[in-house]
Design a binder for this molecule. Structure first.
Ligand code: ZN
Length: 294
């Protein structure tokens, strides 16, 4: 069952809420924001496609995908998501638009372009008679179109209008210059959400997050476990709380927690530490959580 076509309030689905270390409860990053039946996905970490299904979402519900950066815990399920969405496309499903920092176009080509690692997958589905029969049996028309997506490398400062929402892009400070990293802000009908991705607590991100109703911060660990080198490119618990306080956000959601931070007792301490600084609502993110943003 899909959430599509239901009249639901603006909603955030936490699909992936972990780090590069898999645990039974969490692995990698992915968020889906639903605003008036426009589904915007942010990152596509490990097992995203499967976790979308667990959340009641279909790949074809998602028409816009934004990458924060290209670490594998944020993009490893990308080929699976692209091929699955293409494989289940029907007439009337819009072209998927993909946006991300430089490397996004190149990675896409290397995965599913004509010489990409997965080209023989889709070529077999397009050209082999057995696959054509399966495709025709479920209503597809032969010749079957090959996978096509609208993929763009984008930069900080750009804006995108999607339905009633405007998506703005800022630079995030993570592991430059090797990996460019972006943060996103979505404003609609007087509401707003900022998705920081992996970043240190910078003045740029603070200004970008100004008065956001919801601030989603990827954190790493307790502040006392963060070294100086780490905090230049990641937030600890107190960095996230300070960012929420100083930007005057209303609600803080923390995601991307290390396994140690999620142990019973540790998570309560993390929330308590953050609540000493930030007096708004604090949500300790969990995979498959559905948060109504009104
Ligand atoms: Zn990262």
């Amino acid at each position: 069952m899909s959430y599509l076509n239901r009249d639901i309030s603006p909603t955030l689905f936490i699909i992936g809420c972990g780090t590069p270390t898999p645990t039974p409860e969490r692995f990698g990053s992915c968020l889906v924001l639903n605003i008036r039946n426009e589904y915007l996905m942010f990152d596509c970490g490990p097992a995203t496609t499967h976790k979308l299904a667990k959340s009641g979402l279909k790949t074809t519900d998602i028409n816009h995908l934004f990458f924060t950066h290209h670490h594998y815990d944020h993009n490893a399920d990308y080929p699976c998501f692209l091929l699955c969405r293409w494989d289940h496309e029907k007439e009337g499903i819009p072209l998927l638009k993909v946006y991300g920092p430089s490397q996004t176009e190149q990675i896409t080509q290397k995965l599913i372009g004509p010489d990409g690692a997965f080209a023989d997958d889709w070529r077999a589905r397009v050209e082999h008679p057995a696959s054509q029969q399966v495709y025709a049996a479920r209503g597809g028309k032969i010749p079957r179109p090959k996978p096509t997506f609208d993929v763009r490398d984008i930069e900080a400062g750009e804006h995108f209008k999607i339905g009633t929402a405007v998506v703005s892009v800022s630079q995030a400070t993570h592991l430059q210059p090797i990996l460019k990293s972006l943060a996103y802000r979505v404003d609609w009908e007087g509401q707003s959400i900022v998705i920081t991705g992996d970043t240190g607590k910078t003045d740029e991100i603070k200004a970008f997050s100004r008065r956001a109703q919801t601030l989603v911060v990827n954190i790493w660990d307790f502040q006392e476990n963060m070294t100086k080198a780490m905090t230049s490119g990641f937030c600890g618990t107190l960095d996230a709380a300070l960012l929420a306080k100083e930007s005057e956000a209303k609600r803080l959601i923390v995601t991307h927690q290390t396994p140690g931070l999620c142990k019973p007792g540790a998570r309560e301490k993390a929330v308590s530490d953050m609540a000493d600084i930030f007096k708004g609502e604090i949500i300790f993110g969990e995979e498959l959580m559905v948060i109504h943003l009104n």
